[in-house]
Write a protein that binds this ligand. Structure first.
Ligand SMILES: NC(=O)c1ccc[n+]([C@@H]2O[C@H](COP(=O)([O-])OP(=O)(O)OC[C@H]3O[C@@H](n4cnc5c(N)ncnc54)[C@H](OP(=O)(O)O)[C@@H]3O)[C@@H](O)[C@H]2O)c1
Length: 261
């Protein structure tokens, strides 16, 4: 992150969910490198943050990091985390990154159970809406705040076999982003999303075979899978009013040319 201006987010407070590993860890480290104070939802526990996030931070960056945990499969967890973050930031939040999410497994369309439906919707939709709703007063108070959510390439393409619920839940995130951008524009809150393609994190280590990943890499114009570090600058760009003051309601695709729509 040395190529970024260390004063880009100096004095700004940024909340990131799903920050303990993968894309969220890279995004949190990038905001810290750019001078932000980061309130990070590590995940359901702290164990991934201890391995994936903390070791890449300098002592000064660690001093600007607050780690929280919450399990978004529990009803009301998003709202309750929002209340905690609002108290932590003193009622003024500059940037909210809604990033926590996952597929929860590959479910053939004729075998989707009520429990699987709830698990995907509670995490990828309900928690995002609850958390954002709880934090809108704090974002308004910042006067020029930004929300950046994590959608997915599958929101547009429909994803691969067994990912219908996940893909549709990410389409919700994209559409909700555009709707909120219009609604919150009078409050000077910009709302955008980053849409990653195939990014090598624990997500694909869990849900995709090496053979499938090799085939995907070969089909990508840039001839490789993405990394969490490939994604992080897009979040900084959309969060910074110095870089994207006139950008709202957009879904920024980060996928090596995998999808051009
Ligand atoms: N990797 C890709 O190719 C890709 C592509 C498109 C979109 N995305 C999206 O990018 C975001 C980050 O994914 P990633 O690739 O970085 O995956 P990851 O490494 O698996 O990280 C997922 C994050 O979400 C958190 N999370 C999962 N279930 C949770 C729950 N029930 N309650 C609270 N937190 C929970 C995880 O916490 P725990 O450590 O507790 O599990 C973790 O911090 C997700 O929204 C994902 O859908 C990823």
């Amino acid at each position: 992150m040395t190529s970024f201006d260390r004063s880009l987010f100096e004095g700004r407070v940024v909340a990131v969910t799903g920050a303990g590993r993968g894309i969220g860890a890279a995004v949190s480290a990038a905001f810290l490198a750019c001078g932000a104070r980061v309130i990070a939802h590590a995940g359901r526990g702290l164990e991934h943050a201890e391995v994936d996030l903390l070791p890449r931070l300098s002592p000064g960056e660690r001093d600007r990091l607050t780690l929280l945990t919450a399990d978004f499969s529990k009803p009301g967890a998003g709202r309750s985390l929002g209340e905690t973050i609002a108290a932590e930031c003193g009622g003024r939040l500059d940037v909210l990154v809604n990033n926590a999410g996952t597929m929860g497994g590959r479910f053939p369309a004729d075998e989707i159970s009520a429990a699987e439906f709830d698990r995907v919707i509670d995490l990828n939709i309900r928690s995002v809406v609850e958390l954002t709703t709880a934090l809108i007063p704090a974002l308004r108070a910042a006067q020029g705040a930004a929300i950046v959510s994590t959608s997915s390439i599958s929101a547009t393409t429909g994803g691969s076999a067994g990912s219908s619920l996940y893909s549709a839940s990410k389409a919700f995130v994209s559409t909700w982003t555009r709707a909120l951008a219009r609604e919150l524009a009078p409050d000077a809150i910009r709302v955008n999303a980053v849409s990653p393609g195939t990014i090598m994190t624990d997500f694909h280590r869990r849900y995709s075979s090496q053979e499938k990943l090799d085939k995907t890499a070969d089909s990508i114009p840039l001839k490789r899978l993405g990394t969490a570090e490939d994604c992080a600058p897009a979040y900084l760009f959309l969060a910074s009013s110095a870089l994207s003051a006139y950008v709202t309601g957009q879904i920024l695709e980060i996928n090596g040319g995998q999808f051009m729509g």
